[in-house]
Design a protein. Structure first.
Length: 244
């Protein structure tokens, strides 16, 4: 697996990013080629058509579209990892993926190293729409062990996207970092119904939102387009470790 050192431009924290390898239809492990030395960028706005990269399988030569590599920094910032462009015959370099090319998603992700009890392999849902983001969060909560995870047909005025036994969850699929007010509203809704609250975001969290969530004990997760949530604060790490 290829790895590169990088630094978060928001908090200056150093990371070592290891690109995940996903299976090509031919069976060979395949990963986006990282562009060493190029600076990472902060994801504050998303466009569904541009967050995919072309990857060529070294074994069979097949070209497929993979989600752009990303990393969630503990400060709440989502980082985009630059990759080397791959030339596709008959298409100009740097051209975005055709809709017919998408999606290719990983067949699995590894179990958390700190899992207290064995869990089945988590199978994510590739995110292409806001509804997909909520569905991916629902699958993850079920994987963590929550029962009766339900998604309302229409989003209520409380903006709660998912309910489960002893839990409510909000999913921010907008192109901006989740704000302080959003975190506080989730906490108030959870407090009023005597349940726990969990937040999922596609674009990361504003610094004050992250700080407030730490103080309130609200688990924060960021999701990339593979539909694989990643914990970005202590309460989220603890939830992944212990499960529901």
């Amino acid at each position: 697996m290829e790895s590169v050192p990088l630094r978060c431009p928001a908090c200056r924290r150093d990371h070592m990013y290891v690109t995940p390898a996903y299976p090509c239809p031919c069976g060979a492990p395949t990963a986006p080629p990282l562009l060493r030395g190029a600076p990472v960028s902060t994801i504050t706005h998303r466009t569904w058509n541009d967050d995919w990269v072309t990857v060529r399988c070294r074994a069979c030569g097949r070209h497929d579209q993979w989600p752009q590599p990303e990393l969630g920094c503990p400060c709440g910032t989502v980082l985009r990892i630059p990759v080397r462009p791959v030339a596709v015959p008959g298409r100009p370099p740097g051209a975005g993926p055709r809709r017919a090319d998408r999606p290719v998603r990983p067949s699995h992700i590894p179990l958390p190293r700190t899992a207290a009890t064995p869990r089945p392999v988590f199978r994510p849902l590739t995110i292409r729409t806001a509804r997909d983001a909520v569905g991916a969060a629902a699958l993850y909560l079920k994987w963590l062990g929550y029962r009766d995870v339900a998604q309302p047909a229409e989003r209520p005025s409380s903006r709660i996207d998912l309910r489960a036994a002893g839990l409510i969850a909000q999913v921010d699929s907008t192109t901006r970092a989740t704000a302080l007010r959003d975190v506080e509203c989730l906490w108030l809704n959870a407090l009023s119904t005597s349940v726990s609250g969990v937040f999922f975001s596609l674009a990361g969290y504003a610094p004050d939102a992250r700080e407030r969530a730490d103080g309130l004990g609200i688990p924060l997760f960021v999701m990339d387009l593979t539909g694989s949530p990643q914990p970005v604060n202590g309460p989220a790490d603890e939830l992944v470790s212990t499960g529901a």
